[in-house]
Design a protein around this ligand. Structure first.
Ligand SMILES: *Cc1c(COP(=O)(O)O)cnc(C)c1O
Length: 426
């Protein structure tokens, strides 16, 4: 579900024409729909209404301050993985006391910063980290709220780079060791055991692993509540989204067979009966689900190049702007913002200007006739798009636009050459 539609042959984000935005603000350009973000947030919130719950948006998916503001105003909490993300939440007017601080490698500075603003919880991934947090809290005269991240050893069908809940992944503390680690943690004087957390991976396309992991952890949650008075169980994020949808049917690619087979209501129907009566609050940490379908990346076609075996559509955006295809075979639908009059399709590779063979957005893709100069939209680029962008090849980071109805606000300006070198001492 999203707010990108053709109207009179022109692709719109809500009521803003994407062709017009590309002309006004240049390309590559990220465009987000505030309506889609809010609809997804509200839908999830409503689906979980029967449960004492808190939604903590995982802002590594999209950390633009204006996007965070939108969610903070809805009452969202945040799942952060760095001091920088915490700073963004605070600058966006978000409540640090609704922030869970995740990540396997928190530094002493980050821990001190998070303690100073009273985050809701440190989601801890190792025993050494527990000891470090205890020590820093002691030095600052604080009591640190901690939850252990459990690695439940549950298999999920997703790309190996984004599966996190198997024993061989680096994340969390092994299920079997959890009672012992809580016992040890309870002896550390500057810690308060406030919860338990798990996260089994991203772009999960079936509800069964969620239900399985919750079922597996529930007795543990109950006993930790009894023994230590923990207050929450965070079930993590990972809800998959559709990358192939109504605008155009897709081609090959790893993701094709990994589309979600469930709606958010089905997700709630699968987990609510298990969680009913749970003695603690339930936290959920969606990233992709809230913002993935809410964004597109606009790029202009520079050249069409015919080789003896292939046709390359060379565009002005590359893997530095959107790395998902190169990094984990991520699939993005590609559509011209000016709807093609003909049904005829051609097989092309859509590639960027970066000096890497991995710099492609699509290979062997069936697209309508594409001409140099026209604007293409890479759909469902709102999550893990801009946040993973880099200056590789000294390319400038794109601008970002947030659309609300017919109103389009520039929420991050395009980098300039001066920005590019501004931190260097040359
Ligand atoms: C990345 C991450 C999330 C969000 O994952 P999505 O697949 O974007 O929902 C939630 N919790 C933790 C701990 C994460 O690392």
């Amino acid at each position: 579900m999203h707010s990108f539609r053709y109207r009179q042959g022109l692709l719109h984000c809500e009521r803003a024409s994407l062709e017009e935005l590309a002309s006004n603000y240049g390309t590559p350009l990220y465009v987000y729909s505030s309506q889609t973000i809010l609809e997804h947030y509200r839908k999830l919130d409503l689906a979980l209404a029967d449960l004492d719950h808190e939604i903590c948006f995982a802002l590594k998916a999209n950390s633009n301050i204006s996007v965070l503001q939108l969610l903070a105003k809805e009452g969202s909490g945040f799942d952060i993985v760095s001091g920088g993300e915490l700073y963004r939440v605070i600058r966006a007017g978000g409540d640090p006391r609704k922030c869970t601080f995740a990540g396997a490698g928190k530094t002493a500075d980050e821990i001190a910063y998070a303690l100073s603003v009273d985050v809701l919880s440190f989601n801890v991934e190792s025993e050494q980290e527990l000891i470090a947090i205890n020590e820093i809290a002691g030095r600052l005269g604080k009591i640190a709220p901690v939850a252990l991240r459990v690695n439940p050893d549950v298999a999920v069908e997703t790309h190996k780079y984004i599966s996190t809940g198997k024993a061989e992944n680096k994340f969390g503390i092994g299920f079997e060791r959890i009672p012992e680690v809580y016992r040890n943690a309870a002896r550390l004087r500057n810690l308060r055991l406030c919860g338990i957390q798990t996260h089994i991976g991203s772009q999960i396309t079936e509800v069964s692993p969620f239900a399985e992991v919750i079922t597996k952890l529930l007795p543990l949650v109950a006993s930790l509540q009894k023994d230590y008075g923990i207050e929450f169980f965070s079930i993590g994020g990972g809800i998959g989204i559709a990358y192939h949808d109504a605008l155009q049917s897709g081609d090959q690619g790893w993701w094709k067979n990994h589309e979600p087979t469930f709606t958010i209501q089905e997700y709630a129907d699968a987990i609510l009966p298990i969680l009913r009566g749970i003695p603690v609050r339930v936290l959920i940490e969606p990233g992709r689900y809230l913002v993935g379908n809410a964004g597109v990346l606009l790029t202009r076609v520079l050249y069409i190049k015919e080789s003896p075996t292939k046709t390359f559509v060379i565009v002005d955006s590359g893997m530095n702007d959107l790395i998902r295809p190169a990094l984990y075979q991520g699939y993005h639908e590609i559509v011209p913002v000016r709807e093609s009059a003909s049904e005829k399709k051609f097989t092309v590779d859509v590639v960027g200007p970066v000096c890497e063979s991995g710099d492609f957005f699509a290979q062997g893709r069936e697209l309508p006739a594409i001409r140099a100069g026209e604007v293409l939209a890479l759909m469902s680029a709102g999550a893990y798009g801009f946040t993973m962008a880099s200056n590789y090849n000294s390319r400038l980071l794109p601008a970002e636009i947030l659309v609300t109805g017919a109103d389009a606000q520039i929420v991050r300006r395009r980098q300039t050459y001066d920005d590019l070198i501004s931190l260097e001492m040359g």
